[in-house]
Design a binder for this molecule. Sequence first.
Ligand SMILES: Cc1ncc(COP(=O)(O)O)c(C=O)c1O
Length: 260
Amino acid sequence: MKRCRRIKAAFIKDESSRFGLKAFKGLGGSYAVFRAVCDRLGLDYRETSFSELQSDKVHRQIAELHFVTATDGNHGKGVAWAAAKLGCQAHVYLPKGSVQARAQAIRDIGNTEAVITEWGYDDTVRYAAKLADEQGWVLIQDTSWPGYEDIPRAIIQGYTTMCREASEQLEELGLAPTHVFLQAGVGAMAGGVLGWLRNRYPDSDLTAAIIEPTEAACVFGSWQGSTAARSARSPGPFCSARQTPGSPARIRSQSRGCVA
Ligand SMILES: Cc1ncc(COP(=O)(O)O)c(C=O)c1O
């Protein structure tokens, strides 16, 4: 910072105390759970709050509801947290190679089954989707595919809470963002944040940098080609980057100067 005299200020959005989960991911999963419950009860989500859904009356109405998801960790924690708050059950599946401590941390949230599967991330997502179909559970997945878009969209919208908070804080200081640095896994957070910023600052020359692991550089790969890329090396959520509504094409369309 000292050497970069043209940088006026740099800010980091601190999500370390979000819902006690230490991760922004809870914003997406919990908002999607909220929207799914509103749908189920025929409530208008614009006129309902998450705390209203925590009443005994609502708990009784949705006590039999089960939520299911596949996750590398933090997303599942968010889904489990929201389900527990609403008195519902959650089933969380983690891909092969996930550490037991992560699964246990999810179980500790309560009312939650957390299982490490024998498969990679994408097959674990397919398994969660299959169970949802077979058991009548509600799938809360942060990747999308044709016919399964509403929940991923709600997850992405949930992440934009971070943007609203950050921009309010910046505006109190009389500032607007000029550059944004976002990390990407499946791309949902990056896509959602860029979409929100584009709407909030339509005339800005905002520059975005998307940072992702070398082993799962799907946004980067997709950026270079015309179609979404798949990393052959990653055991993680690589191919999901092309499926999510926060996909590279969408990310690209939302930021004029974007570097992946
Ligand atoms: C701390 C952190 N940053 C970034 C990501 C990636 O988010 P997305 O998968 O929406 O791209 C995750 C996903 O779990 C995460 O936990």
